[in-house]
Design a protein around this ligand. Structure first.
Ligand SMILES: Cc1ncc(C[n+]2csc(CCOP(=O)(O)OP(=O)(O)O)c2C)c(N)n1
Length: 664
C-alpha cells in the first residue's frame, strides 16, 4: 500500500523531471505530464504488468501514450521504473539529436515505447490493434501464454481527431474488454479551453459505441485505482474520463493553455517547487523516491518468471510456434511453398486481375503462414483479401483470421500497425488505392516505425472504369512512393503477384502497399524462375539490351501494353525490350551495376504507367517519353479510357518512333 504522501512525491518526480527537461531543452510540453502524473503513478505502481529488465516480454501489458506531445511523461516513467534505455542523461538530452528522448515518443528508440505517437489519435487507434492482437493470440495460445491489458493515455486532441471515432467504434463492436482508455480530461488544448470548439460529451460518445465509461477525479489516487480496477473487470472496453488540471502544480499557469506546450520559465518552476514542497535540484530525484519507483519497476518480475516457466512447460509445437511468431520469422517452408505455387501458375497461366491473383497467392500463403490476419474496409469482395483459411473474427470468437473493419480506412491502417507492433501477427488489409489517402497518415507511421503492415490497394488506375475520377487513383502511386521506407508493389500478372507478396512478407522492417488491378491481365511470366525477380524491383521481361533501340518500362496493367508496343516496334524495324518495374524502392536498393544493366542504353526510353510521371525520371531520364496520366480520369468503361487518355501500345510505339526520328 502506498501512502498518499508517498504517492504525491512519486507523482511529483514525474512533474519535476518533465518541467526540468522541457526547460533545459527550451521546448516541449510540460502540461500533460504534470496533469496526468497521478494517473500514471497509480497505473504503474499498482496495475501495469511489465518488467523493465525484460521489456520485450510478450505477455506484458501495453501502455500507449497516445498524446505523444506529453512525451516527458513516458520518458520520466521509463527512467524512474528502471528501464535501462532511458538514463538521466537521456532525460537531460530531451529533444536533442541522437538522443532516445525524441520530441515525440518513437518506437525503436527505447524499450518501453510501444508505438510512435505524436500525430494525435494514432496511438488510440494503434491500441485497438494491439488489443485485437491480444485476443487473437489468446484464442490461439490460451490464457497461460497471452492474457494482458492494453492501456492508453489519450487527451482531448486524440479524441477530437476523426480517427478516434473509427477506432473506438471498432473496439466497442469487438467488445475489447482488455482495452482501457485513460482520458486526460483537462478541458484544455492549444488554442484555449475545449469549449472554444467542442461540446461533445465524450463518455456518452464512447457509451454509444458500446463502451463502459466512468468519470473520475484524476488527482485522487484511491479513486483512480478504483476506477482502473473496475475497468479491468468490465466485459466491454472502458474509457475513464479523468478530470485533471493541466500543468498541475504550476502556481500561475496551471489549468490554462499556457502550460500546454512551452517551457514554464524559471520563476514558475521555482513557484512549483515551493507549492509542491520539492527542494531537489533539477534532474535529481531524491534517493528514497527513486527507490520507491525502482521497487515499483520490480512488481511484475515474479509474474514474468512464472510466465516463462509456463512457456517452457508448453508442448514443443506450441512453444516453437509461439516463439517463431513473436520473433517475426516466417515458417521455414515459406520460400519453397511460393516457388511451388509459381510453378503451378506457369503450368497453366491464368488471365485474371491482379487483385484475383493476389487472392490466389494469399490462398497458398495463408495455408502455411498462419500469423497473417486479413481484412478490408468493407470491400472484401472487391479487394479479394479473404481466403478459405480466414474466417471472420467476431466479438465472441477471436479464433478467426479476418477482420471486417467497416468503412474505416484510417482506423484499419492504424489498427494493423498496432497488431504488427504487438507482435505475433502479420496484418494485411484492403481498400481501393484511391482511398489510401484516407489511410495515409497511418501508412506513413508504419514506414517510420519500420513495421510489417501490408496494405492491399486494389482498383489501382483508370482501369477500374465506370466509377470515374473520384475512384481512379492518378497521383497515388507517386504519393506512396514518396514515403521513405515503403515498398509500393505493382505486379503485372499472377507470377508477379506471388513474388510481390513473397517480398512484402519477407520485409520485416518495411511496410508494403500492393497496387492491384480490377481488370483482367494477360500472363507475362510464362517460364518458371526459382528466384523472385520482383524482389529486384525491376528486371528485363522481353527483348535484349544488345539490339534494342527502344526500352519500354512499365508496371502492373501497363506491362501488357508495353509488350504490345514492343511487337509493333519490332515489326517496324526498331527492336525494343521490355522491363517490368514492380517496385521502384527495391530497384533502388540494387547494386549500381544491376541498375545500369536493367536500365540499359537504348536510344529511347519509354515509361508506361496509368498514373502521373513523377518519380519516373529516375529510370527513363528527363528526356524519356512518358505514357500515362496528366490529370484526373473520367467515367467510362476501362478500354475507352485507355484509348481516351492515350495509354495504348499504338501511342507508345508512335511516341517512341517519333523520338527516334528526331534523333536521326
Ligand atoms: C494530427 C495532429 N494535429 C495537430 C497536432 C498539434 N497538436 C499537438 S498537441 C495539440 C493539442 C492537444 O490537446 P490535448 O490533447 O488536450 O493536450 P493537452 O493540451 O491536454 O496537453 C495539438 C493541436 C498534432 N500533434 N497532431
Amino acid at each position: 500500500m502506498i501512502s498518499r504522501e508517498k504517492h504525491d512525491r512519486m507523482a511529483n518526480a514525474i512533474r519535476f523531471l518533465s518541467m526540468d527537461a522541457v526547460e533545459h531543452a527550451n521546448s516541449g510540453h510540460p502540461g500533460l505530464p504534470m496533469g496526468a502524473a497521478d494517473i500514471a503513478t497509480v497505473l504503474f505502481t499498482r496495475f501495469m504488468t511489465h518488467d523493465p529488465k525484460k521489456p520485450s516480454w510478450p505477455d506484458r501489458d501495453r501502455f500507449v501514450l497516445s498524446a505523444g506531445h506529453g512525451s516527458m511523461l513516458i520518458y520520466s516513467l521509463l527512467y524512474l521504473l528502471g528501464y535501462e534505455d532511458i538514463t538521466i542523461d537521456e532525460i537531460r538530452n530531451f529533444r536533442q539529436l541522437g538522443s532516445r528522448t525524441a520530441g515525440h515518443p518513437e518506437f525503436g528508440h527505447a524499450a518501453g515505447i510501444e508505438t510512435t505517437t505524436g500525430p494525435l489519435g494514432q496511438g488510440i487507434a494503434n491500441s485497438v490493434g494491439m488489443a485485437i492482437a491480444e485476443r487473437i493470440l489468446n484464442a490461439r495460445f490460451g490464457d497461460d501464454l497471452v492474457d494482458h491489458y492494453t492501456y492508453v493515455l489519450a487527451g482531448d486532441g486524440c479524441l477530437m481527431e476523426g480517427i478516434s471515432q473509427e477506432a473506438l467504434a471498432l473496439a466497442g463492436h469487438l467488445k475489447l474488454n482488455k482495452l482501457i482508455v485513460l482520458f486526460d480530461d483537462n478541458q484544455i488544448s492549444i488554442d484555449g479551453p475545449i469549449s472554444l470548439s467542442d461540446s461533445t460529451d465524450q463518455c456518452e460518445r464512447f457509451a454509444a459505441s458500446g463502451w463502459n465509461t466512468m468519470r473520475c477525479d484524476g488527482h485522487d489516487p484511491e479513486a483512480i485505482a478504483k476506477a482502473i480496477e473496475a475497468a479491468r473487470a468490465s466485459d466491454r472496453p472502458t474509457m475513464i474520463a479523468f478530470r485533471t488540471t493541466i500543468g498541475f502544480g504550476a502556481p500561475t499557469k496551471s489549468g490554462s493553455a499556457k502550460v500546454h506546450g512551452s517551457p514554464l520559465g524559471k520563476e514558475e518552476i521555482a513557484g512549483a517547487r515551493k507549492a509542491l514542497g520539492w527542494d531537489a535540484d533539477p534532474f535529481v530525484v531524491p534517493s528514497d523516491i527513486l527507490d520507491d519507483w525502482r521497487l515499483a519497476g520490480l512488481r511484475s518480475a515474479k509474474e514474468r518468471k512464472a510466465w516463462e516457466e509456463r512457456l517452457t512447460a508448453a508442448d514443443a509445437e506450441t512453444r516453437g510456434e509461439f516463439e517463431r511468431r513473436m520473433r517475426g520469422a516466417l515458417p521455414e517452408s515459406f520460400d519453397a511453398v511460393v516457388a511451388e505455387y509459381k510453378q503451378t501458375l506457369v503450368a497453366e497461366p491464368p488471365k485474371v486481375a491482379t487483385r484475383k491473383s493476389s487472392e490466389m497467392a494469399l490462398e497458398a500463403i495463408n495455408a502455411i503462414v498462419t500469423e497473417t490476419i486479413g481484412g478490408s474496409a468493407d470491400l472484401t469482395g472487391s479487394n479479394n483479401t479473404k481466403t478459405s483459411q480466414t474466417k471472420p473474427i467476431t466479438p465472441e470468437d477471436f479464433s478467426g483470421r479476418y477482420i471486417h473493419y467497416g468503412i474505416r480506412e484510417h482506423g484499419m491502417a492504424a489498427a494493423m500497425n498496432g497488431m504488427a507492433l504487438h507482435g505475433g501477427i502479420i496484418p494485411y488489409g484492403g481498400t481501393f488505392l484511391t482511398f489510401s489517402d484516407y489511410a495515409r497518415p497511418a501508412m506513413r507511421l508504419a514506414s517510420l516505425m519500420q513495421i510489417r503492415s501490408i496494405f492491399v490497394m486494389t482498383h489501382d488506375s483508370i482501369g477500374l472504369g465506370e466509377d470515374g475520377p473520384t475512384h481512379q487513383p492518378v497521383e497515388h502511386l507517386a504519393a506512396l512512393r514518396a514515403i521513405p521506407n515503403h515498398y509500393v508493389f505493382r505486379p503485372a500478372d499472377a507470377v508477379e503477384a506471388a513474388e510481390c507478396w513473397q517480398a512484402a512478407l519477407k520485409a520485416e522492417k518495411t511496410p508494403s502497399t500492393l497496387a492491384l488491378s480490377r481488370q483482367n491481365l494477360a500472363p507475362q511470366r510464362l517460364e518458371h524462375e526459382e528466384d523472385n525477380l520482383c524482389a529486384r524491383g525491376a528486371y528485363e521481361l522481353a527483348g535484349s539490351e544488345d539490339e534494342a533501340e527502344v526500352a519500354l518500362f512499365a508496371t502492373g496493367s501497363e506491362v501488357e501494353i508495353a509488350m504490345a508496343a514492343k511487337a509493333l516496334l519490332d515489326a517496324a524495324g526498331h527492336p525494343a525490350r521490355v522491363v517490368s518495374v514492380p517496385c521502384f524502392e527495391l530497384f533502388e536498393e540494387q547494386t549500381a551495376d544491376y541498375r545500369k544493366a536493367v536500365i540499359g542504353k537504348a536510344k529511347v526510353n519509354v515509361a508506361i504507367e496509368a498514373g502521373i510521371r513523377q518519380g519516373w525520371d529516375a529510370i527513363i531520364g528527363s528526356e524519356g517519353v512518358f505514357i500515362g496520366m496528366t490529370g484526373f480520369g473520367a467515367s467510362a468503361p476501362a478500354p475507352v479510357l485507355y484509348k481516351h487518355f492515350g495509354i495504348t501500345a499504338e501511342a507508345a510505339a508512335a511516341a517512341a518512333q517519333k523520338r527516334l526520328a528526331t534523333l536521326g
